[in-house]
Ligand binder design. Structure first.
Ligand code: GDP
Length: 297
């Protein structure tokens, strides 16, 4: 066992942090995610029209990458958490400087704390005349988030999602925390990931966005996800570009599921079609038996 771990150590490489943006309604989560998306230096080269697939990865001018979950509201976090999956490495808590801490702010703090996910605060809307960042800091302190400048350990960055002011600083701080977390993965293994979103497309059939957490996914790979299975017929990034492979930290939309999987399902590559199908069918049978047993009681 130890030998195996040592052997693997050499193959581990840095992977992008996965970030979830949380906060009270109207405090600027969507605006911030849109502004960040526009900072992607690779966007121009890659082209294509951005589509919502539930997550996206950006590349910063220094070459570093960050993956953002962009499922609206707390959905990504709560449904994924409820199903026992911890996907995000870092939570960005957006608090509007003209509104302060609100019920959903507190909820978000609790979610992140329960999941053991470090919080970076984006004090947003500092361009507004009524903005009072100091008040936000005082209010957050009452919930245990003490700003670094007051001797605490919570990074708080005043930003304007609308004008883009300080958004770069926010991204730099995300990378700083990611460095401390020392996030690693082995790209030389069969892929493992989590279903972020799924749907039944009238033309394409069952499609799902998978966040690859470890290993590399290749076109043609067989996989199982919850009670579903399939073969990667095609995969796309959030710009609709087709990919032949996807490494750790990459979100991809995949075609080739036999049925629609559920958000939060673990996605695991199997060597053969037979293995993938049998495992999915076994899980489905077990589930049906459990449901029958429950009914009988
Ligand atoms: P969400 O509900 O948290 O996703 O909030 P939105 O991103 O939809 O923002 C709510 C409103 O606040 C919208 O009208 C935005 O244009 C506005 N808004 C968001 N960020 C800023 C900001 O930094 N400055 C100003 N002045 N308005 C902002």
């Amino acid at each position: 066992k130890i030998l195996e771990e040592e052997e693997e150590e050499g193959e581990l490489v840095e992977r992008p942090p996965v970030v979830t943006v949380m906060g009270h309604v109207d405090h600027g989560k969507t605006t911030l995610l849109d502004t960040i998306r526009k900072t992607d230096v690779a966007a121009r080269e890659k082209g294509g029209i951005t589509q919502h697939i539930g997550a996206y990865k950006i590349k910063l001018p220094n070459g570093k990458e960050i993956t953002f979950l962009d499922t609206p509201g707390h959905e990504a976090f709560t449904t994924l958490r409820a199903r026992g999956s911890k996907v995000a490495d870092i939570a960005v808590l957006v608090v509007a400087a003209d509104d302060g801490v609100k019920p959903q702010t507190v909820e978000a703090i609790n979610h992140a704390k329960n999941a053991g996910v470090p919080i970076i605060v984006a004090i947003n809307k500092i361009d507004k005349p009524g903005a009072d960042p100091e008040r936000v800091k005082r209010e957050l302190s009452q919930y245990g988030l003490i700003p670094e400048e007051w001797g605490g350990d919570t990074i708080m960055v005043p930003v304007s999602a609308k004008t883009g002011q300080n958004v770069e600083e926010l991204l730099e701080n995300i990378l700083l925390v990611a460095e401390i977390l020392d996030l690693k993965a082995n790209p030389n293994k069969p892929a493992v990931g989590t279903v972020i979103e799924s749907k039944l497309d009238p033309k394409k059939g069952a499609v799902a966005t998978i966040l690859i957490e470890n290993g590399t996914l290749h076109q043609g790979d067989y996989f199982v996800a919850g009670y579903t299975w399939g073969k990667v017929r095609a995969m796309f990034d959030e710009r609709g570009n087709q990919l032949k492979e996807a490494g750790p930290g990459t979100p991809v939309e995949i075609l080739g599921f036999n049925e629609v999987p559920q958000a939060g399902d673990k996605f695991i590559v199997k060597k053969t079609e037979r293995e993938a199908r049998q495992l999915a069918e076994l899980r489905k049978r077990k589930r049906e038996e459990e449901l029958l047993a429950k009914k009988a009681r």
